[in-house]
Design a protein. Structure first.
Lengths: 163, 428, 654
């Protein structure tokens, strides 16, 4: 399956927690910010220029899987998601500590690692974010969008210079 | 041309990682694995959890026999390699069978260091069998020698089996490789609170008793006990390599290059048996951790089959659960910075050493900063965002540059994730 | 099926005894009174002395987190507070979005009830089972922003903070609390009540979950509602402008008046000063959303240039804040407007309430009722300087500003000299909408009958329907919200006409309902995208109690009757539901000639006509027309026999 990723746009995030609520709801049957695989970190008053959504980026070379002493984190070939095998996981939290993105968390009820599993290929958070701060894109789409954004920026700079 | 024959000696994580990576990258290769233990891969790191009863014996296994057949790995389990012949490219097993190879991967691991004669009731903890023996043993008063990460985990495991536990540590603090004094004292407090006695600055001299251990003599006293567990460290198993003329490093591990290749062409080594460059200093060091072995195995595998890959260096991360308190440390402690002050790659002198530390509501952290770079961190009851600090350390980011960035809103807007580590530097 | 929604626990905090108690929530009672606002009424009825002095340690603060609060359902963020308000003496609610409610709910509490008075400044920390009364000595004297920053510094930004500004500490009652520097809560003096209890702040961080009885059903319904928002063609425009779409869509229709209700706002100058392009380029820097709100309409604003560059504020209903500063204080430029707002936000002064008092004071000064002797030597004008001068005085609670800051009821007594003639208020609280401009619509009428005082939103469910809209829209809306046919026939007795007073009672119910279950919002037009069945579906899915819209409506009618009864016991009756005199004076406008009070269809209304509307309102509610007190029949029908007996025993009902 083609590699896809959750692409986050912090500048669009209004901090509404909708992604976190739906994430914990579909995974654990309850709405619980501490059980959400995706998280919004707010700074200051929590405006759309001040919030940072954080979720596992399904790294190509994942440190979480490397440090796991049980080999409990592996890639689901169908969805491309790195998933935690909850039967293997012993809850030592080393992956939580090692991930530089804060993408792996600890499920304090199940006592094991928890992370984004891309909802079997159809992420609920993307559908729930009405501010379009989360997109689920193939690498191609992502690249194109990034370039487009760069081009817009260049255009703006050019405009400014012309003034 | 017939398929390449790869022989992997050792079925720890390094060996398995090497074998499975080769299989992932190449379906034709003939992979043979030889291992002393006749069981599939298990995690030595979780043995204390098995001893304490937190997990079952089965739970300690990472792989099943099926996984090996699925990956088409021929296994010679329960056998030991007696000899390597680099000229003829063969290995000889203890049943005298001789196996040819095109590439050889040594993942023979390490042994727990034990001093003195063996008595009933004296243990180490390295293999599943060691753990089984500890569980079968009927004792109630234990002394654990060595208060590093493994020693502490063993002490906690024995405590939860109902043992009365005393730890004896030569150094003035526990966890000498992971924490500085202040953090170590906190952890010591957590242990003592749960009934584990800790004797720092005390050296074990010899075990007492006849056939059965009855006590331990230290340089300060005699401790009565029916169980002694050695946890003073691990030593790479290098005899086999030495005999084959493979180069051994200053630290006592097999010497390898960035491709994990030994001094003998065609022979690779990975895992606890090698010494590897530290990611921060580049100095060769024994960083015997699961994740390093895991990565080394993968790098060795890639080079084995002709795909060039470099090993970036080893990282030391200590992570312990002390009765529900999360204790983590990485990089250099302040104490270690003193010890390794001559290493040029540290880029600084002790005069430039500074500390950022903060304590609040049962959580504590300490960052060790040398010159303009963070070279280590210690954390108690903080788990989130340590990984990012670690990343910054490994990338050798300038602290002054970071602070400048923290103060500049426009820059922070473009790197919002940095907000997350801002609090560590006592910034809003 | 497992029950969900309710956390099933009530948190009692006694500041005098420094005692924290957790007791199970009676689920039968919860279903009867829904939660949030409704349960607050029930607890207040059971526990609060109706004659208590608002500043007494015996006054209580009831915080209600409804069953939907803290779930994935869209806009499920409304938490409600109830207390005896010092500005009006009414026992009434305040509602907010913001992160506080969900964090209390996620800590495992449906209700938080606070009483007593701490010996020294404290704040309350709620983190799941860990509830503490903490020392706040270092926070005392700090403004809202500083307090919030210090608490975040101490506990981490993941805590939601409610802070009391400096004005609240000095028991100024035209004040409001701020949640996370932004969301306002408790107009009418919640900060003053907290101040009187030496309670500087709350911090909350939820580490538990809200159980959902049928997750799949909730996800489906949530998705359905979200799609309605997504497919709305003007969505992006609304998101860009937030509430400032008011200047595009409503300002003209729902005009306020200015110069103390003697001329119409917005003026041409206001349109010029506060145009949306300027706002987007130079003022707005970000959008803030309440939990799970699809229409995040709150503003992060920051002045970009000029003398006040760098002035920063996070505000709910920025439009409301801007027009209050513009209409009532005429502060001038956008930058000054934001600067003044920031001062109000920091000190905790309520922009809605206190600007009205400033407006009134300026008229009193112009008429010579107030002189320089009263003002401390300055001339009172509609400008930035006067506004800041009076606001600073209010914050310090000294001079004329200090007198005004205690609200109409107290200020009228303190100033005397016939000043009440020029005071436009109901029960001591200032109205917002001028019914001479938008005619007597639901929101306008509610300002008179709202037990809280002239607080507009309670009746504002139909606010967003223009006065020229087809009344059929109102009928459809009411029908969708489960209003029974016989009531619809009373509201719409003949084609082309409807009775606004009768309609208003159902609009009020709806807002009370949303505040009770903790889901839905009027602002950002959220309510327009939701259907009545969404609530019954979502409520049933979350709680596991299969409940129809009609049953929910019965419950909320019960809550509202209890709310009224609470205030009957506190001494309120029909005599307090008075249309302000000034509404009967003609309003001269340059562009639309003379505007007078008239009904929806443009028929002028006399005071007698208005009294007739009041009759209709009480009749529709089943309250006594003479006294405005719920009748025995109504109370018994609402299953509130005990309330009836109590009112009868106390002599309020014969």
């Amino acid at each position: 399956m083609e590699e896809k990723a959750l692409v986050l746009h912090p500048e669009k995030c209004t901090g509404c927690h909708a992604c976190e609520m739906i994430c914990s709801l579909v995974h654990d049957g309850e709405c619980n910010l501490t059980l959400s695989r995706i998280g919004i970190m707010k700074t200051n008053g929590g405006g759309s220029n001040e919030n940072i959504p954080i979720v596992c980026q399904q790294c190509h070379d994942p440190i979480c899987a490397d440090v796991c002493v049980m080999g409990a984190i592996s890639r689901n070939e169908e969805t491309g998601a790195l998933v935690v095998n909850e039967d293997l996981c012993v809850g030592c939290k080393t992956c939580v500590i090692a991930c530089p993105l804060g993408g792996v968390l600890y499920h304090h009820i199940k006592g094991c690692a928890m992370k984004c599993d891309l909802c079997s290929g159809d992420p609920e958070c993307v559908k729930s974010c009405l501010y379009e701060a989360i997109e689920f894109l193939t690498m191609d789409e992502w690249g194109r969008k990034t370039r487009l954004k760069g081009a817009e920026n260049l255009g703006r700079i050019f405009e400014m210079l012309c003034k | 041309m017939s398929a390449m024959r790869v022989v992997v000696i050792g079925n720890g994580i390094a060996g398995f990682s090497a074998a499975s990576t080769i299989r992932r990258l190449n379906e034709q290769c003939e992979i043979t694995m030889i291992a002393r233990e006749a069981i599939p891969l298990y995690s030595a790191c979780v043995l204390p959890d098995y001893i304490s009863g937190k997990i079952s014996r089965d739970h300690a296994f990472v792989k099943t026999n099926k996984d090996y057949s699925r990956l088409h790995i021929h296994t010679y389990f329960g056998l030991e390699v007696k000899e390597i012949d680099p000229q003829r490219r063969t290995v000889t097993l203890d049943d005298r069978r001789r196996l040819p190879y095109d590439r050889l991967v040594l993942a023979i691991g390490s042994d727990a260091v034990v001093f003195g004669e063996h008595k009933k009731g004296i243990f180490k903890l390295k293999t599943l069998q060691d753990a089984d023996e500890i569980i079968e043993h009927d004792g109630n008063k234990a002394v654990v020698i060595g208060a590093g990460a493994i020693g502490i985990e063993i002490a906690i495991a024995l405590r939860s089996r109902g043992y009365k536990v005393t730890m004896v540590e030569m150094m003035d603090q526990i966890l000498p490789l992971g924490l500085d004094q202040r953090g170590a004292d906190k952890v010591r407090g957590m242990l003592e609170e749960r009934g584990i006695a800790v004797l720092n600055g005390e050296r074990a001299i010899k075990t007492l008793g006849g056939e059965r251990v009855e006590g331990l003599a230290t340089d300060k006293r005699e401790l009565e006990c029916d169980t002694v567990v050695w946890a003073v460290g691990m030593r790479p198993r290098v005899e086999l390599a030495r005999q084959a003329g493979i180069g051994i490093g200053e630290r006592g591990g097999i010497r390898v290059d960035a491709h994990m290749e030994t001094s003998t062409s065609g022979i690779y080594a990975c895992g606890d048996c090698v010494e590897s460059p530290d990611i921060l200093t580049g100095e060769s060091y024994l960083n015997l951790f699961w994740h390093n072995a895991n990565r080394q195995g993968a790098v060795a595998a890639q080079n084995c089959i002709g795909q060039s890959a470099d090993y970036p260096g080893s990282e030391n991360i200590v992570n312990l659960d002390i009765f529900g308190n999360q204790v983590a440390g990485f990089g250099f402690t302040e104490e270690a910075a003193h010890r390794f002050q001559d290493i040029p790659a540290l880029h600084g002198t002790l005069a430039d050493l500074s500390i950022i530390e903060h304590e609040q509501d049962g959580s504590y952290y300490r960052l060790v900063i040398l010159g303009d770079r963070c070279i280590g961190g210690q954390f108690i009851n903080i788990t989130r965002d340590i990984g990012m600090l670690w990343g910054i350390m490994v990338k050798r980011r300038s602290i002054a540059g970071l602070l400048e960035m923290f103060a500049n809103e426009a820059l922070m807007d473009r790197r919002p994730w940095l907000h997350r580590i801002r609090p560590f530097f006592r910034m809003k | 099926m497992r029950a969900g929604g309710y956390a099933k626990q009530v948190l009692y905090i006694d500041l005098t005894k420094e005692e924290i108690k957790k007791e199970p929530l009676d689920l039968d009672m919860a279903r009867k009174f829904l939660g949030g606002f409704g349960l607050n009424c029930k607890f207040a009825w059971d526990l609060l002395d109706p004659e208590v002095d608002p500043y007494s340690p015996d006054n209580m603060i009831f915080m209600g987190m409804g069953p939907m609060l803290g779930t994935a359902a869209p806009a499920s963020n409304k938490h409600s507070v109830m207390s005896k308000w010092p500005s009006t003496g009414a026992i009434s609610p305040g509602t907010a979005g913001g992160d506080f409610g969900i964090n209390v709910k996620l800590s495992g509490y449906d209700q938080v009830i606070i009483k007593g008075k701490a010996k020294k400044p404290v704040y309350i920390k709620i983190n799941g089972d860990d509830v503490q009364i903490c020392d706040a000595s270092d926070l005392w004297g700090k403004d809202n922003y500083e307090t919030t920053d210090m608490l975040w510094e101490k506990h981490g930004r993941h805590y939601a903070v409610i802070a009391v500004g400096t004005a609240g500490e000095r028991l100024v009652n035209t004040t409001i609390c701020l949640i996370d520097k932004c969301t306002s809560w408790g107009k009418g003096g919640l900060p003053a009540i907290m101040g009187s209890k030496n309670l500087k702040a709350f911090v909350a961080c939820g580490n538990k979950g809200v159980k959902v009885a049928d997750p799949k059903r909730l996800v489906e319904r949530t998705r359905m509602i979200q799609q309605r928002f997504e497919s709305y063609p003007d969505r992006q425009k609304l998101l860009d402008l937030g509430t400032m779409d008011g200047f595009v869509f409503w300002a003209d229709i729902h005009g306020m008046s200015m110069n103390n209700w003697t001329s119409r706002f917005p003026t041409d100058e206001a349109y010029r000063l506060y145009n949306t392009d300027y706002y987007l380029e130079n003022i707005n820097v970000g959008r803030v959303s309440d939990p799970t709100c699809p229409m995040g309409c709150k503003d992060h604003v920051k002045v970009q240039k000029g003398e006040y560059a760098g002035t920063e504020s996070w505000v709910s209903s920025f439009y409301g804040r801007v027009v209050h500063m513009a209409a009532r204080c005429q502060v001038g430029s956008y930058e000054k407007n934001v600067k003044a707002q920031e001062f109000f936000q920091r000190t905790g002064l309520c922009i809605h309430s206190y600007t009205a008092l400033i407006d009134w004071a300026v008229e009193l000064y112009e008429r010579g009722v107030l002189t320089k002797k009263d003002t401390g030597g300055i001339e009172l004008r509609h400008d930035f300087e006067t506004t800041m001068y009076l606001a600073e005085q209010a914050d310090r609670r000294e001079g004329l500003g200090g007198i005004l800051s205690q609200g109409y009821n107290k200020a009228i007594q303190d100033i005397g000299r016939g000043c009440e003639k020029y005071a436009v208020h109901v029960k001591g609280m200032e109205p917002l909408y001028d019914p001479r401009i938008n005619r007597v619509s639901s929101a306008e009428f509610n300002q008179v009958v709202n037990p809280r005082g002239a607080h507009a939103p309670q009746g504002a469910s139909t606010l967003y329907m223009s006065k020229d809209a087809d009344p059929k829209g109102y009928r459809d809306w009411l029908k969708d919200r489960g209003v029974p046919t016989e009531a619809l026939n009373r509201i719409f007795p003949r084609s082309g006409y409807f009775n606004i007073a009768r309609l208003c009672s159902y609009a009020e119910d709806w807002v009370a309902f949303m505040n009770s279950v903790g889901m839905g919002c009027l602002r950002g037009r959220v309510d327009n995208f939701l259907k009545g069945e969404d609530w019954s579906e979502a409520y049933s899915a979350v709680t596991g109690f299969e409940t129809s819209l009609a049953e929910l409506r019965t419950a909320i009618r019960r809550c509202y009757n209890l709310y009224k009864a609470l205030n009957v016991r506190a001494g309120f009756s029909r005599k307090d539901d008075v249309f302000p005199d000034r509404w009967f004076e003609p309003l001269e406008t340059p562009d639309r000639g003379t505007m007078v009070l008239c009904d929806y269809f443009g028929t002028p209304l006399s005071r007698e006509d208005c009294n007739k509307l009041l009759d209709d309102y009480y009749h529709e509610r089943g309250w006594d027309i003479e006294t405005g007190i719920p009748t025995e029949e109504t109370l018994v029908e609402s299953d509130l026999q005990d309330v009836f007996s109590d009112l009868q025993k106390s002599g309020f009902i014969e």
